[in-house]
Design a binder for this molecule. Structure first.
Ligand SMILES: Cc1cc2nc3c(=O)[nH]c(=O)nc-3n(C[C@H](O)[C@H](O)[C@H](O)COP(=O)(O)OP(=O)(O)OC[C@H]3O[C@@H](n4cnc5c(N)ncnc54)[C@H](O)[C@@H]3O)c2cc1C
Length: 225
């Protein structure tokens, strides 16, 4: 990692969980997706639709160079200048053009961010999706978010408050806490989330699955910290 140049180099096999904690102390982050255990190289070769994609774009657009073994057995150091066609084809074409053994890419500045998850009852889904669509058109590009319909089974193994519910919206923003609160309060008008966990935290903490998994359900409209 080169914090001054804001770049990182990974070998094939590295996961975002390897990169995020090394970048965070420098106030930097990779453009990772929703799962830290996903491999950096394959994710990026597929385009890389990032959690911070609205504000920072696709991960593939941050790639500076790739070390690639092509079908003729040659090891090539591929940049946009050295092999523009191969560089273009790999970033999006993924596995049809060679084995990428290492990749250098740019990091983005992320000191802190504010985010969480809003859980809604299944009966509210049509209104929530409509409200979410309208909301995304009004917030600035720094406000990244996603909406997912995740059926949670009505099963004794699931914590009681979550059984038979849906997780819907994940706002995530490197704005100030005050701004984030204001954006969230505008989010759904009369629709109240069943439960909302909100926190201001570092990118490394937010992107670590154990932190998210251990966050306890909180009462509606409650600030976690
Ligand atoms: C839980 C989860 C969440 C996800 N979230 C997102 C997200 O938010 N945004 C997003 O864009 N994507 C997301 N994805 C999709 C993910 O980016 C792709 O599935 C990616 O291909 C996973 O790569 P892998 O290395 O983990 O898997 P692998 O199965 O190891 O690799 C997938 C394929 O990539 C190719 N490949 C792997 N390594 C190389 C290499 N070194 N050189 C050339 N080709 C190679 C191969 O064809 C391989 O079959 C998610 C996937 C999961 C499972």
């Amino acid at each position: 990692m080169d914090p001054l140049a804001r770049t990182a180099y990974v070998e094939a096999g590295a996961r975002f969980a390897d990169v995020i904690p090394k970048a965070a102390p420098h106030g930097l982050a990779p453009l990772n997706g929703s799962a830290p255990h996903v491999g950096v190289v394959a994710y990026t070769l597929g385009g890389g639709l990032a959690l911070l994609g609205r504000s920072h774009g696709y991960a593939a657009d941050r790639v500076r160079a790739m070390d690639v073994v092509t079908a003729d057995g040659r090891l090539r150091h591929v940049t946009v200048e050295s092999d523009p066609d191969l560089y273009w084809a790999l970033l999006g074409g993924r596995d049809n053009f060679g084995i990428v053994i290492g990749m250098e890419f740019g990091l983005v500045p992320v000191a802190r961010l504010y985010g969480g998850a809003l859980f809604f009852d299944a009966r509210q889904v049509p209104g929530v999706l409509d409200g979410y669509r309208r909301w995304t058109a009004t917030v600035p590009t720094e406000m990244n978010s996603s909406a997912a319909l995740i059926p949670v089974p009505d099963d004794p193994q699931v914590p009681e408050p979550m059984r038979g519910r849906l997780a819907v919206v994940n706002p995530l923003s490197p704005t100030t806490v005050e701004d984030a609160h204001a954006f969230l309060d505008r989010l759904f008008g009369d629709l109240q989330p069943w439960t909302a966990g909100r926190s201001s935290t570092s990118w490394a903490t937010a992107a670590t699955p154990t932190a998210a998994a251990s966050a306890p359900p909180t009462p509606p409209r409650t600030t976690n910290g």
